[in-house]
Design a protein. Structure first.
Length: 158
C-alpha cells in the first residue's frame, strides 16, 4: 500500500502546490511509492492554477506542476484518506487541527518537521513578497521533502 501525503497551505497556489511538485519528482525517481496531493484551508483561490511565480521558482530546479492542478479545499474525508497532512505554517496547522474530525488517522504536523535545516519553522507565504521568497519556499520544501522520504523509508509501518 502506498503512503498518502497531503500538503496544505492557505490558498493552495504557492507553498502546498510547490511541495506537491517537489515530492512528486523525488518520488518518481524512487518508483512512485507515494500518493501526493495538496489543498487549501482558505477558499479565495479555489479553482485557480498555481501561482506563476512559484512555478518559475520550482522550474529553476526542474520541479514541475501537474497541468490540471487547480486550488482545492481540504475535505473531511482527507483526514481518513491521508497518512500525513502537512501544513506550511503554524496558522495553517492550527486551522487544520480545528477542522480535524475525531476519527482521524492522519499524522498532522508542519511540513518542516521533517527538515534538517529548517526544523519546525513556518514556511513564509511568498504571495505578497518578492521573487526571492518563492526561491526560499523551494529551498525549505526541498529539504523537508527529502527528510519526509527518509522518514517514510525508515518506518515500514507506512
Amino acid at each position: 500500500m502506498k503512503t498518502r501525503v497531503l500538503f496544505v497551505c492557505l490558498g493552495n497556489i504557492c507553498r502546498s502546490t510547490a511541495a506537491e511538485a517537489i515530492l512528486r519528482k523525488i518520488d518518481s525517481e524512487r518508483a512512485n511509492k507515494l500518493i501526493i496531493e495538496s489543498a487549501a484551508v482558505g477558499h479565495w483561490s479555489l479553482g485557480e492554477p498555481p501561482d506563476p511565480r512559484q512555478m518559475r521558482a520550482c522550474g529553476k530546479k526542474e520541479y514541475f506542476f501537474e497541468p490540471q492542478k487547480r486550488a482545492q479545499m481540504i475535505q473531511d474525508e482527507d483526514f481518513k484518506k491521508y497518512d500525513f497532512i502537512l501544513a506550511a505554517d503554524e496558522q495553517v496547522l492550527q486551522k487544520v487541527k480545528v477542522l480535524q474530525p475525531q476519527a482521524c488517522s492522519a499524522r498532522i504536523e508542519l511540513i518542516t518537521s521533517f527538515s534538517t535545516q529548517f526544523k519546525n519553522k513556518s514556511i513564509p507565504d511568498p504571495y505578497y513578497l518578492g521573487e526571492e521568497a518563492f526561491d526560499l519556499v523551494v529551498t525549505m520544501l526541498e529539504d523537508s521533502c527529502f527528510g519526509l522520504i527518509t522518514f517514510i523509508d525508515s518506518h515500514t509501518a507506512f
